[in-house]
Unconditional design. Structure first.
Length: 319
């Protein structure tokens, strides 16, 4: 298999973390995980590039490296509104015209907007920069309430850590849920986070009472191991020792979603893995993940993934 070439376009002062998000997902060789990407870095001007972490990195390649990229990543820009050299915006537009996927992490969205790649499209960026982004680029439909937006050819993420969410999403789109889960597992991360970035922008919650345990982790682990069971809100609440209303509030506060939506997401993820790794009939897959019937599984797949279980299996099957 030819490696998918990912090139990050950096600019001084470059955020080390946002660059590392892409490098860790696309550029790290993980034991037991097949290598399917190559990763490189280029700069507006080859040579020393200052970082926000106080050190300087040496980048050998210039924008010409984008000519060979299958995916171009712009890992932030400081300050966000700084003008982008015409040579860079034209290189991005040329890569996009050629068919490369153009991806922005955090304030990298400002670069894509300056290149005109987000005109008339929905996009996101860090919640602290969303108002400035909307004011600077009124032709872009800014959505501050998501972790990422993916149009297939162009994608943007919310702030910092949401870059990992977007990169793992792209791996999942390229190679399926099971492969993305392998990458995420090596990073000691969940394959997919729930909720929106606005949960992180909210005011701090009141202090937790001494000795109180607000963590949903034990319940989530218990439920995820019983997806084939009938897991009603009442049963989840009983297991957690909470009222249904309190449990729903905890899900909203901690995960940014409802118990039902969280459970549906886990069931769809499990169905995707079974479709990729087994020859089980769709009816059996639906039963194993608690979606009752093939009809229900097909309906959920179509609504949430835009495809059918059969079409998904034809693309991502490992058997």
């Amino acid at each position: 298999m030819r490696l998918h070439r990912v090139v990050a376009l950096v600019s001084p002062p470059q955020s080390s973390f946002e660059l590392a998000c892409a490098a860790e997902v696309f550029g790290t060789v993980h034991q037991g995980v097949p290598t399917r990407y190559s990763f490189g870095v280029c700069a507006e001007r080859p040579g020393p590039v200052q970082t926000t972490a106080g050190y300087t990195m040496l980048v050998d390649a210039g924008p010409a490296a984008l000519l060979e990229a299958d995916t171009v990543v712009v890992p932030g820009r400081q300050p966000p509104g700084a003008p982008v050299p015409p040579s860079v915006t034209e290189a991005l537009r040329a890569a996009h015209r050629r068919g490369a996927r153009i991806v922005a992490i955090c304030t990298g969205a400002f670069v894509l907007a300056q290149a005109g790649l987000l005109d008339g499209r929905r996009a996101t960026t860090h919640w602290r920069r969303a108002a400035r982004f909307a004011a600077d680029f009124p032709e872009v439909r800014v959505d501050p309430d998501v972790l990422y937006v993916d149009h297939g050819d162009v994608a943007t993420s919310a702030g910092t850590g949401a870059g990992i969410d977007l990169c793992l999403h792209l791996v999942r789109s390229d190679h399926g849920a099971a492969y993305a889960a392998q990458v995420a597992r090596n990073m000691v991360l969940p394959p997919q986070r729930e909720g929106s970035q606005l949960q992180y922008a909210a005011q701090p919650a009141p202090p937790v009472r001494a000795g109180a345990d607000e963590s949903l982790a034990p319940l989530l682990e218990w439920a995820a191991s019983r997806l084939d069971a009938r897991l009603t809100l009442g049963r989840l609440a009983e297991r957690a020792g909470l009222s249904s209303r309190t449990l729903a509030r905890r899900f909203s506060e901690q995960l940014g979603t409802s118990p039902g939506q969280w459970l549906l997401g886990r069931r769809l993820d499990a169905a995707r893995v079974l479709l990729e790794q087994t020859d089980l009939p769709v009816e059996a897959v639906a039963a194993r993940v608690g979606l009752a019937s093939a009809v229900n599984l097909r309906r959920r797949f179509k609504t949430h993934l835009g495809t059918t279980p059969g079409a998904y299996r034809r693309v991502f099957s490992e058997t």
